[in-house]
Ligand binder design. Structure first.
Ligand code: TLP
Length: 345
């Protein structure tokens, strides 16, 4: 099976597995896991932030990120297809006690003008804005990247109003690879950033929340509250260290493979590629083939290719990653062509 449903499907590399077997561990709830401590220190450095917190999932990292900045009864401005709004089981409401103020941006990228129009002052009726959230890269828009100037303007203007900014940077390393700049430069304008070790970077689990020390200390207590105090978790942290050090440098390969897939699929009758990919996510529409999204993906599965059809009518999403090389992508193209040209088989 060639699995292109997500980059979350990547399996730990041999080097990660070795590092996991040999990891020096301690009780992380006591702050005594040397491997986690090292990973948190390195992650903070990579982000150019004071401190970092290892969390088991990106969802927990975003939930904590939102909660450290906000109070119950506030609004969080985010893009309409943001992961925090659509795919985190309403944790923003359930745990953080906030509601989303969604702003539509066709390419998923907000700008200051669109944000400023939605800011709510403290008053007798409206819930005040507590936080601005940006998703970089933006998953549901197809891995789109925030231009650095746009982020700087958002950060500067938000801070003038005393508003914090959180970045869901689940795939911020993909943004950095595509822009050719360090992650620290991308996240400099935001107060906190969550990034995932378990997606394109290939670790079996784990994400990082980085930001000012006071907020990260507060976040550590929230992690415990959420059930994320995980004791000898250096076994996972060891894989995270390999992910951080060895895997970020190869993401360009995934982006090239994604561009290759976009070019090839665009030439197949009945297939419409939604947007030229700049990172590792590609959406395409199969409505012109006469098959529904689930039918199309079921037929691909019979041909050994897994592609997600859960994100819109006739809309398929694929992601390139470490465990799918160019040859695997060529096989995926052949399968899509076969299904599109022979929809009855
Ligand atoms: N994204 C998953 C699904 O949940 C959609 C995927 O396959 O893409 N932020 C962003 C932008 C994400 O894409 C995801 C996961 C998360 C946060 C949450 O990470 P996890 O799954 O570790 O909780």
């Amino acid at each position: 099976m060639i699995d292109l449903r997500s980059d979350t499907v990547t399996r730990p590399t041999a080097e990660m597995r070795r590092a996991m077997a040999e990891a020096v561990v301690g009780d992380d709830v006591y702050g005594e896991d040397p491997t986690i401590n090292l990973l948190e220190e390195r992650a903070a450095n990579v982000c150019g932030k004071e401190a970092a917190l290892w969390v088991p999932t990106g969802t927990m990292g975003n939930t904590i990120g939102i909660t450290v900045h906000t109070e119950h009864g506030q609004e969080v401005i985010c893009e309409s297809r943001a992961h925090i709004l659509n795919y985190e089981l309403a944790m923003m409401a359930w745990f953080s006690g906030c509601v989303a103020r969604a702003v539509v941006a066709e390419d998923g990228v907000l700008n200051w003008k669109s944000i400023a129009a939605e800011i709510r002052p403290v008053g007798p009726h409206a819930a005040p804005t507590g936080l601005i959230e940006v998703e970089n890269t933006h998953n549901m828009a197809g891995g789109t990247i925030y231009p650095l100037d746009t982020l700087r303007e958002i950060g500067e203007e938000a801070h003038k109003l005393g508003l914090p900014v959180h970045m869901d940077g689940a795939r911020v390393f993909n943004a950095a690879a595509a822009l050719g700049v360090p992650v620290s430069e991308i996240v400099a304008p935001v107060d906190t950033v969550m990034f995932c070790l378990s997606k394109g970077l290939g670790a079996p689990a784990g994400s990082i929340l980085a930001g000012p020390r006071l907020l990260i200390d507060k976040g550590r207590r929230l992690r415990k509250r959420l059930g994320g105090g995980m004791r000898q978790v250096g076994v996972l942290g060891a894989a995270g260290l390999v992910a951080l050090e060895k895997m970020a440098g190869r993401l360009g390969e995934d982006h090239e493979n994604c561009k290759f897939l976009a070019r090839e699929l665009a030439g197949i009758p009945g297939i419409r590629v939604e947007r030229e990919p700049s990172t590792n996510i590609l959406f395409f529409d199969v409505n012109g083939t006469g098959l529904s999204g689930p039918e199309f993906s079921a037929r691909l599965k019979e041909r050994g290719i897994l592609i997600n059809s859960a994100y819109g009518v006739g809309r398929l999403r694929l992601l390139t990653h470490h465990d799918a090389d160019r040859e695997a992508c060529e096989r995926a193209v052949a399968a899509v062509r076969d299904v599109a040209l022979r929809p009855k088989h």
